[in-house]
Ligand binder design. Structure first.
Ligand code: ATP
Length: 209
């Protein structure tokens, strides 16, 4: 990706991608910027501007070729470049995320899950094994040496009380991106990026507007 794309544009492009996937399911070959804009309740000039980033152009009166535009968005956002992630906390939320099929479609592969509950260790969720937390470092090293990939992303779904300690272990295991689903503000070195998935905050913002 040569030009950095803003987070807002990335989010809109993934929404266009959902719409295009739906077009393919319905065997609809073309879609216009106006149709996309109406579905998302946004301006169609915005849609055209975003799509121009993919170097895709529409045909007058017909619109964009859906399969081609879908591929162009995938290329721009790097869906095809597989990224691997660990999930810390294989409870309800962690398990649901491990089963979420969209992640694989968008190039995110869950490499393994970790938990401290002995009853959960060695279970498989969506074909991915739950390891004891004490093996985090070992599994990370194995991924690097044997599977020749560095797992740099972690999804944090432990209870809030365990969040900071878990984040510290993730930093030690060379994790660079923490997708934090816990209601905790993590303290990590500047080199580690944290994305706070503020589920409660989003809900309150949405229902108060
Ligand atoms: P369950 O009732 O199956 O444990 P839950 O989603 O209600 O699920 P939570 O209390 O939110 O459970 O905990 C989420 C998961 O995190 C659980 O599987 C728990 O065993 C695990 N967990 C707790 N502390 C840690 C920790 N320090 N490191 C990794 N996993 C942890």
């Amino acid at each position: 990706m040569s030009v950095p794309i803003s987070g807002k544009v990335i989010k809109r492009l993934t929404l266009y991608h959902h719409i295009l996937s739906d077009c393919l399911l319905k065997a609809k070959e073309y879609i216009s910027s106006q149709q996309i804009a109406e579905l998302l309740k946004i301006d169609d000039s915005q849609v055209r501007k975003d799509i121009a980033l993919c170097a895709a152009s529409g045909k007058t009166n017909v619109g964009y070729n859906a399969p081609e535009l879908k591929k162009a968005i995938e290329q721009l956002l790097g869906f095809q470049a597989q990224k691997a992630a660990f999930i810390l906390g294989a409870g309800n939320l962690g398990s649901a995320l491990a089963k979420h099929a969209d992640f694989a479609d968008y190039g995110l592969d869950i490499a393994a899950l970790f938990d401290i509950d002995p009853a959960k260790i060695d279970r498989l969720i969506n074909g991915k094994k739950i390891y004891p937390l004490s093996e985090l470092h070992h599994v990370a090293t194995h991924e690097q040496l044997v599977n020749k990939r560095r797992v740099e992303i972690a999804i944090l779904t432990v209870p809030a009380s365990a969040a900071q300690k878990s984040a510290e272990l993730l930093v030690q295991a060379q994790i660079k991106y923490i997708w934090n689903f816990t209601p905790t503000i993590l303290s990590v070195p500047d080199s580690v990026r944290v994305c706070n998935e503020n589920l409660v905050g989003n809900f309150l913002e949405f229902t108060n507007n």
